[in-house]
Design a protein around this ligand. Structure first.
Ligand code: NAD
Ligand code: MG
Length: 334
């Protein structure tokens, strides 16, 4: 593979050599500094073959599942995500920040310079500890706030504690979700229906209500919807209904929030390799072939969504509100 850095590095060597000889001009010195500050050219990635393809090994875990027990382990950007100060000084709360898509957002936000609070279920402490360590390794403040989002009181105290312990709240990522497959509406218990709505849509309502009065102009709310909002799976009836509700909620709230200076957007992922899928979210057969139905023929890895969550939180996205961003391996849905 050709060395894409060859031009930059040879130029840097030349400039350094000139400086060492004491022959450098003021203009030359500033060019030298610019060359040294330039980031290395990122390698080109072949999207079709960048990550594991199905078949995946058969596996299932009791809900809510742990990313640390999945085979292969999902890639949340632990070793690959590079920040560039796009969220420097921001304070972010991410629900479901222990694993999957929320973990990828947490790692990216910290490496972009944000302090991050993560919310998760107490049973997910092993995953959460890894994320807390990664946020701290990025030199940022990390706050762990376990609890159950089906409980309205927890939603309120979660936002208040994040605000207090981070010293502000600029970004709310309402990402936690519940997904249980059932072949028929006749198999969906009233309890399941209620829990799916509580986790996926009621919590978004409660968290937004608690956070908005605390958020400054320039703040951002980001919800995680799904391709199921637009092309609902027949085995995910209750889940798909909540995801459709999230899309409508975000589009309406975005209009309301324009004059408060808060942007509101959603992300609509296709099939991503996460604990939600292997802990009752999909049939075992669907896990085995997970992502095969997409034109790319593979599942997404959580790290592949990190740039979308960063963009929607960053100030450069000042004209982006009320939008739904898809990432679905070529299906074009979302
Ligand atoms: P995940 O299991 O890694 O994350 C979901 C998180 O939700 C859990 O880690 C848990 O902390 C949290 N959660 C669930 N119920 C909760 C409760 N009652 N109280 C507190 N927290 C609770 O899986 P993921 O796929 O990263 O899910 C993140 C979001 O992405 C969800 O909203 C999901 O619907 C959405 N999504 C996922 C996919 C996919 O293919 N993985 C596709 C589209 C949308
Ligand atoms: Mg989890």
């Amino acid at each position: 593979m050709p060395d894409d850095n060859s031009h930059t590095s040879s130029r840097r060597q030349i400039l350094t050599g000139v400086a060492a000889a004491g022959l450098v001009t003021a203009a030359g010195a500033s060019r030298s500094r610019a060359a040294e500050m330039a980031a290395p050219t990122p390698a080109l990635v072949d999207p079709e073959n960048a990550y594991p393809r199905p078949p995946f090994p058969q596996q299932s875990q009791p809900w809510p599942g742990l990313a640390g027990k999945m085979t292969p382990r999902p890639d949340h950007g632990e070793t690959s995500y590079r920040g560039s100060g796009r969220l420097a000084g921001r304070k972010a709360l991410i629900t479901g920040g222990d694993s999957g898509i929320g973990r990828a957002a947490a790692i990216a936000y910290a490496r972009e310079g944000a302090d991050v609070a993560i919310a998760y279920l107490p049973a997910e402490e092993p995953d959460a500890r890894e994320v807390i360590a990664l946020i701290r390794a990025a030199g940022r403040k990390a706050v762990a706030l376990p609890g159950d989002l089906r409980n309205r009181k927890y939603c309120d105290t979660l936002v208040q504690r994040a605000h207090r312990e981070l010293g502000g709240l600029d970004i709310l990522v309402s990402n936690a979700g519940r997904q249980r497959h059932q072949d028929s509406i006749l198999d969906i218990s009233d309890e399941q229906f209620d829990e799916t709505f509580r986790t996926n849509i009621y919590a978004l309502f409660y968290l937004s209500k608690a956070a908005i009065p605390l958020m400054p102009r320039g703040g951002a709310i980001i919800a995680t919807a799904s391709v199921n909002a637009f092309s609902p799976s027949e085995i995910l009836l209750d889940y798909s209904a909540t995801k459709g509700a999230i899309v409508a909620f975000v589009k309406s709230l975005a209009k309301q929030m324009v004059h408060r200076g808060i942007r509101v957007n959603a992300v609509a992922p296709g099939p991503f390799w996460t604990a939600l899928q292997v802990s009752g979210g999909q049939t075992e057969e669907n896990i085995h072939n997970f992502g095969a139905e997409t034109p790319m023929g593979r599942a997404g890895q959580p790290v592949e969504l990190a740039p979308v969550y960063v963009l929607l939180a960053a100030s450069e996205a000042s004209y982006i509100t009320g939008q739904v961003y898809g990432a679905a391996g070529g299906t074009g849905v979302g």
